[in-house]
Design a protein around this ligand. Sequence first.
Ligand SMILES: N[C@@H](CCC(=O)N[C@@H](CS)C(=O)NCC(=O)O)C(=O)O
Length: 236
Amino acid sequence: MSEQLTLYLHTLSPYSQKAELALIEANAPYTGYQVDVFNKPEWFVSKVNPVGKVPTVAYGGPSVNPDEPSAASSKITESNVILEFLADLYPNSGLLPKDPVSRSKVRLFLDANSKSIEEPLYAFLGGAGSYENVLKGIEVIQGFLEEDADFAVGVHYTIADASISPHIARLRVITETDAGRFPAGMGIKLGEELKGPKFAKFTKYADRVLQRASFKQTFDQEGVATFFKAFYARAQ
Ligand SMILES: N[C@@H](CCC(=O)N[C@@H](CS)C(=O)NCC(=O)O)C(=O)O
């Protein structure tokens, strides 16, 4: 039997959603605890994650209230590390394939997702990135995808799918609402460009992952859109 697992998260955080998706897909028992990242409790920084970021997993040790964390639990940070940890903890979940070549493909996908999607997308959202870099990143990811594949790697849901789907959903929010600190209209333009034949493989994959039950269960579309509009409001 696995030990107690607490996931410290924020409901609007794409990195937190990566961990939630893996836990749900593995059918893993866990306690989720929402951390107010805009007004962090002192105990979270002193006892859970000195960097103060979510997601963080506390694994093992006694069962305690999440806001009274035990020094005896292991604290695991960084969403990609958490994804690999959960795949190791639940080897029969299929979150990581069994054969070494497929495992390396999943790891390459995770790395590409961090560099080619996470970095350029949130830089663009915050008004410090470039439109072209977002498109270049999507092209890189598209290069990993098989034609008509349901999943990023192989024939099962893996941590590769969990790593990218929260960002695909936020990309959709940007292209549908134009919310973000980039010049007005660029979000809508991006959406139009992604509808073209050049990005058909990526768009098909995106449509599929956003339909998944675990995804719908963990995504607050209205909440993300409202947050983006307020937090990344353009200067008037
Ligand atoms: N590289 C980290 C990024 C995590 C991250 O930036 N989390 C944000 C929420 S989306 C956070 O906790 N921010 C609070 C802060 O930076 O103080 C990961 O992959 O887990």
